[in-house]
Design a protein around this ligand. Structure first.
Ligand code: C2E
Ligand code: MG
Ligand code: MG
Length: 829
C-alpha cells in the first residue's frame, strides 16, 4: 500500500484530515474541565462554519439566552449529570444561529475519569443535523396533512397488490359491516360480497383491472355479513415498478350510499309524478326569461295531440290552438304573475289537433331561483270531462226548460257580470224587460198548454228578431229580459228595437187550441247610464216597464230619472204606511148602505182612512196600491177586518139593530196564506155573527192566480155563513162567468155605471139588465156612488136592493156613522 506522506508528517496530516472530515460531517469537538463549564472549549471549525464568533454552547451563556431555553436546560442537566454521575449523554437540541435561525444539533458527551474514579473531564461532539431534521419535519407535516384530509373526507384511499387483493385500510373506519369488510382488505373487489344486480358491471370492472387499465367512477354495492349495504364509487390506476413490473392498484373510493338512496327516491318520485301526470292528464311547461324559450313536458304535447319533434311551443305557434281570446288572456295572466310573483290559476279552452275543443285548467307560478326571478313554471290539466259535466249542470240550472232560454238566475248572473267587467269599447248595452199583455187571459181561457205554446212562440220571435248575439231570458211567467249585445251610442235604437218587438209580438198567433192575441209592454234601461249596479239597472228597467204599463200597455218606455223620484216617493209612502199600520195610525170610516125598499140602513162599508204626517189625508186609491205592491196589504187588511168586526160587535152590544159590515179584501190576502182561518179567527175573537160580515172582492182576484185556490177559499168562506160581494162590477172585465161559478151573494155595481143614468138612456138600459141578471142569479144588488136623488129613484125603479152614495152619506168615523144612519132612517120615515 502506498504511503502518501512521510511518517513524521503523517500525525499532523491525519489531524488535519480529521478536522476536514468533521467539518464535512458538520461535527465539532468540545471539552470541558469543570462542571460549571467555566473552561469550556469547542473546536473553532464548527463556529466558523456557521459564522459564529462566539459559539453559543457555553451553558452559562445558553442559560442567559431566552430561547430555546427549554432545550438548553435539558442539555445542561445532562451535562451536569455527566459530571456528577459519570453518565454519557446524547441530546437533541437547538441553537440559535448568528442570523437568528435555528440549528438542529445533537450534542454528545462522555466523562473521563481520573485514577480515583472521579470525573476530570467531559468531552464530546456537536453534530449539526439541521437538514435531516427539517426533512423529517416536512415529511411528518405532510403526513399529518394527508391524514387530516383523509380523516375529514368521506372518501378514502385504497391499495391492492399484484393479485388485486385489497390491502387493509391502515386506519380504523367508522361504518357498517359492509364498509368494514371493504376496509379490512384481503380480497379482490370481485371476491367481496356485492349486490347481484352489479354482477355484469363487476365482471367488466374485473376485466379492466386484470388488463391493468385505469378506471373511473365504478359504482357497486358491497354487502356486509349482517346484510348491511354500502354503495361505493371508486376510481383507481395501476402502479408499476421502474422495471415495469405490475405492483397493484392505488385509488380512491367514496361512500355514496346516501346519495344513491336520495337519487333512487328522486327517481321513484319522478316516476310517480310522471305517472300521476299521465293519469291526471297533467302537462307541465316552463318558460325561461333569459332564453325566452318555453319547454313543454311530453304530457302537454299529448294533451294537444302534438308531436314534440314537430312542434315548437312558441306564442305564435300555440295561439292557433286557443279558443276565443284565451291566448291573450293567458298571456296577461302570465305577465301579472311575473310582476307580482303570485301564483294564479285559470281555465282555458283549446282546440285539440283532432279538432275537438278541450278544457285545460292552468296553474301558473313564478320560478324563483336563489331569490331571483328566472321565469315561469306551470301545469295544464285536461278537465274537459269535468267542465262538460259542469256545463250540462249549468245548462240545467240556468235554462228555462219550456223555452230553452236563459232563466232568471242566469239573467241575474249575466247582468252582474256586465258590471264586473266593463266592456272595453265603452259601449251601451240595453236592458229590455218585456211583459206580455193579456197572456193570463189566454192562459185562463185557452188552457195552460196553449199558454206554454204561446211562450215558446214568443221565445222564437225574440230569438228571430234579436239574433244569436243577444242574451234573452225568461225571468217570470210571462216576463222576458233582453240584453242587447250590439252597443249603440244613441238611446233611440233600443226604443226602435223595442217597438219592433212589440209589433212582432202583437201579431195574432194561430195555435192548435185557437187564435191567441197578445201584446207586449217593454221597459228599457241603458247600461251603465241607467244604473251603476245590476240591481239599480234592473230596478230602473222595471220602473220603465211600470210606467209603460201605467201609460196603457202595448208600448215601450225608456227609463227616465224622474221615474226614480216617483218611485222613491212611493217607497217612502210605503214605509210610512207600514209605520201607521204598526203604530195604530189608521182609521176606519163607515159609509151606510140603504135598503131602498125599507129606507133603512142595512149595512156599512168599512173604508180605510190614513193621514200622512206631512201631506195630510191620503186617498185609499193612492195608498192601497202601494200596500198591495209592498205586501203590506195583508197586515193592513187584517187590521181593518178586525177593527170593523169589533166596531159592529160593539154597536150590537150597544143595542143597535144588526147591520152587515162590508170589508174590502185585496186579492193578495186570499192568494197569500190561509185567509179563511184569518176570518174565522177574527169572528171568534170579536164574536160577530158571520152573516153580518160581507167581504167585498174585485175581479182582479181572478186575474193572476189559479182558480182553484180562489174558488176553494170563497167556498170555505161562504160555508162559514159569510156574505160575499163582487165589488166594482162594470169597471173591469165584468165577466158573468164568475157570477155563475162562485158563491157571491151580492153584486156591487161600480160608480161609473151609476153616475149619469139619469141622463144617458143606454146606461139605464144596461143597468136594468145587470140588476135583472143579478136577481136572476139570486144575488142582491148594491149600487155604488149615487150622488143624485134621480139616480136613487131610477135605481129603485129597476128594483135595485141597496144604494151606497154621497146622496145619502159620505164615509164617516164610527161615532158619526150611527148618528148619520139614524138621520137617514128618520128622513126615510
Ligand atoms: P170601493 O170599495 O169601491 O169603495 C167605494 C168607494 O167609493 C169609496 O172610496 C167611497 O168613498 C167612494 N164613494 C161612495 N159613494 C160615492 C159617491 O157618491 N161619489 C163618489 N165620488 N165616491 C163615492 P174610497 O173610500 O176613497 O175608497 C176607494 C177604494 O179604496 C175602495 O173602493 C176600495 O177599493 C179601496 N179601499 C178602501 N178601503 C179599503 C180597505 O180597507 N181594504 C181594501 N182592500 N181596499 C180598500
Ligand atoms: Mg168596496
Ligand atoms: Mg166599489
Amino acid at each position: 500500500m502506498r504511503q502518501p506522506y512521510p511518517r513524521e508528517a503523517r500525525g499532523w496530516h491525519q489531524e488535519w484530515s480529521l478536522r476536514r472530515a468533521m467539518g464535512m460531517g458538520r461535527i465539532a469537538y468540545w471539552e470541558s474541565f469543570s462542571a460549571a463549564a467555566t473552561d469550556f472549549w469547542m473546536s473553532p471549525e464548527f463556529a466558523s462554519l456557521y459564522d459564529r464568533q462566539t459559539p453559543g454552547f457555553a451553558p452559562s451563556a445558553a442559560m442567559r439566552q431566552p430561547d430555546p431555553a427549554e432545550s438548553r436546560a435539558v442539555l445542561f442537566a445532562h451535562y451536569v449529570a455527566c459530571w456528577t454521575e459519570g453518565r454519557p449523554f446524547a441530546v437533541e437540541t437547538r441553537f440559535f444561529n448568528s442570523d437568528g435561525s435555528l440549528l438542529d444539533c445533537v450534542v454528545q458527551g462522555e466523562p473521563e475519569f481520573d485514577p480515583n474514579g472521579q470525573v476530570q473531564r467531559v468531552f464530546g461532539v456537536v453534530r449539526d443535523v439541521t437538514p435531516q431534521a427539517s426533512a423529517l419535519r416536512r415529511l411528518a407535516e405532510s403526513e399529518q396533512r394527508f391524514a387530516d384530509f383523509v380523516s375529514t373526507a368521506s372518501d378514502w384511499c385504497w391499495e391492492s397488490g399484484p393479485d388485486h387483493r385489497l390491502l387493509p385500510y391502515p386506519k380504523s373506519v367508522d361504518g357498517n359491516a359492509a364498509l368494514q369488510t371493504v376496509a379490512s382488505g384481503g380480497k379482490a373487489r370481485w371476491e367481496l360480497s356485492f349486490a347481484p344486480e352489479d354482477q355484469a358491471a363487476m365482471a367488466l370492472h374485473r376485466g379492466d383491472m386484470e388488463a391493468r387499465r385505469p378506471f373511473r367512477d365504478f359504482v357497486y354495492t358491497s354487502i356486509g355479513e349482517d346484510g348491511s349495504r354500502i354503495c361505493i364509487r371508486t376510481s383507481g390506476k395501476p402502479i408499476f415498478a421502474d422495471d415495469g413490473a405490475f405492483l397493484g392498484y392505488r385509488g380512491t373510493a367514496s361512500d355514496i350510499t346516501q346519495l344513491e338512496a336520495a337519487r333512487a327516491l328522486l327517481d321513484e318520485r319522478t316516476r310517480a309524478l310522471e305517472e300521476a301526470h299521465r293519469l291526471g292528464r297533467i302537462g307541465t311547461w316552463t318558460h325561461r326569461l333569459d332564453s325566452g324559450r318555453t319547454v313543454w313536458s311530453p304530457e302537454l304535447y299529448q294533451l294537444l295531440g302534438l308531436e314534440p319533434d314537430a312542434f315548437e311551443p312558441t306564442y305564435e305557434g300555440t295561439k292557433a290552438y286557443f279558443l276565443g281570446d284565451d291566448a291573450d288572456r293567458l298571456l296577461r295572466i302570465q305577465a301579472r304573475v311575473l310582476r307580482s310573483g303570485n301564483t294564479e290559476s285559470t281555465d282555458i279552452r283549446i282546440r285539440h289537433s283532432d279538432g275537438a275543443p278541450r278544457d285545460l285548467a292552468i296553474i301558473c307560478k313564478a320560478e324563483i331561483v336563489s331569490g331571483k326571478l328566472v321565469g315561469l313554471i306551470g301545469t295544464a290539466q285536461d278537465v274537459t270531462d269535468r267542465k262538460e259535466a259542469e256545463r250540462r249542470l249549468e245548462l240545467l240550472a240556468y235554462t228555462d226548460p219550456l223555452t230553452g232560454l236563459a232563466n232568471r238566475a242566469l239573467f241575474k248572473r249575466k247582468l252582474a257580470g256586465l258590471f264586473e267587467t266593463p266592456s272595453a269599447d265603452d259601449g251601451h248595452t240595453a236592458l229590455l224587460l218585456i211583459d206580455l199583455d193579456r197572456f193570463k187571459e189566454v192562459n185562463d181561457t185557452l188552457g195552460h198548454s196553449t199558454g206554454d205554446s204561446l211562450l215558446v212562440h214568443v221565445a222564437g220571435v225574440l230569438r228571430h228578431e234579436l239574433g244569436p248575439q243577444a242574451f234573452i231570458a225568461r225571468i217570470g211567467g210571462d216576463e222576458f229580459a233582453v240584453l242587447t249585445d250590439s252597443p249603440s251610442a244613441s238611446a233611440e235604437a233600443p226604443v226602435a228595437l223595442a217597438d219592433r218587438l212589440i209589433a212582432k209580438l202583437s201579431v195574432p198567433v194561430e195555435l192548435a187550441e185557437g187564435e191567441a192575441c197578445i201584446g207586449a209592454t217593454i221597459g228599457i234601461a241603458i247600461l251603465p247610464e241607467h244604473g251603476a249596479t245590476a240591481e239599480k239597472a234592473s230596478r230602473n228597467a222595471d220602473l220603465a216597464l211600470y210606467m209603460a204599463k201605467e201609460a196603457g200597455r202595448g208600448r215601450a218606455q225608456l227609463f227616465e230619472p224622474v221615474y226614480a223620484e216617483a218611485v222613491d216617493q212611493k217607497l217612502d209612502l210605503g214605509r210610512r204606511l207600514r209605520h201607521a199600520v204598526e203604530s195604530g195610525g189608521l182609521q176606519t170610516h163607515y159609509q151606510p148602505q140603504i135598503d131602498l125598499k125599507t129606507g133603512r140602513v142595512s149595512g156599512f162599508e168599512a173604508l180605510l182612512r190614513w193621514s200622512h204626517p206631512q201631506r195630510g189625508p191620503i186617498a185609499p186609491s193612492e195608498f192601497i196600491p202601494i200596500a198591495e205592491s209592498t205586501g203590506l196589504i195583508v197586515d193592513l187588511g187584517h187590521w181593518v177586518l178586525r177593527d170593523a168586526c169589533r166596531q159592529m160587535r160593539s154597536w150590537l152590544d150597544a143595542g143597535l139593530p144588526p147591520r152587515t159590515i162590508s170589508v174590502n179584501v185585496s186579492p193578495a190576502q186570499i192568494w197569500n196564506g190561509d185567509f179563511e182561518k184569518v176570518v174565522s179567527t177574527v169572528l171568534a175573537e170579536t164574536g160577530l155573527p158571520p152573516e153580518l160580515l160581507c167581504l167585498e172582492l174585485t175581479e182582479s182576484l181572478f186575474v193572476d192566480h189559479t182558480k182553484q185556490k180562489v174558488s176553494t177559499t170563497l167556498a170555505a168562506l161562504s160555508k162559514l155563513g159569510i156574505r160575499l160581494a163582487l165589488d166594482d162590477f162594470g169597471s173591469g172585465y165584468s165577466s158573468l162567468g164568475y157570477l155563475t161559478r162562485l158563491p157571491f151573494n151580492c153584486l156591487k155595481i161600480d160608480r161609473s155605471f151609476v153616475s149619469g143614468i139619469a141622463t144617458v138612456p143606454e146606461k139605464r138600459k144596461l143597468l136594468g139588465g145587470i140588476i135583472a141578471l143579478a136577481h136572476g142569479l139570486g144575488m142582491s144588488v148594491v149600487a155604488e156612488g149615487a150622488e143624485l136623488a134621480e139616480e136613487v129613484e131610477l135605481l129603485g125603479a129597476f128594483d135595485c136592493d141597496c144604494v151606497q152614495g154621497y146622496v145619502f152619506a159620505r164615509p164617516v168615523a164610527a161615532g158619526e156613522a150611527v148618528v148619520v144612519a139614524a138621520g137617514i132612517e128618520r128622513a126615510g120615515g
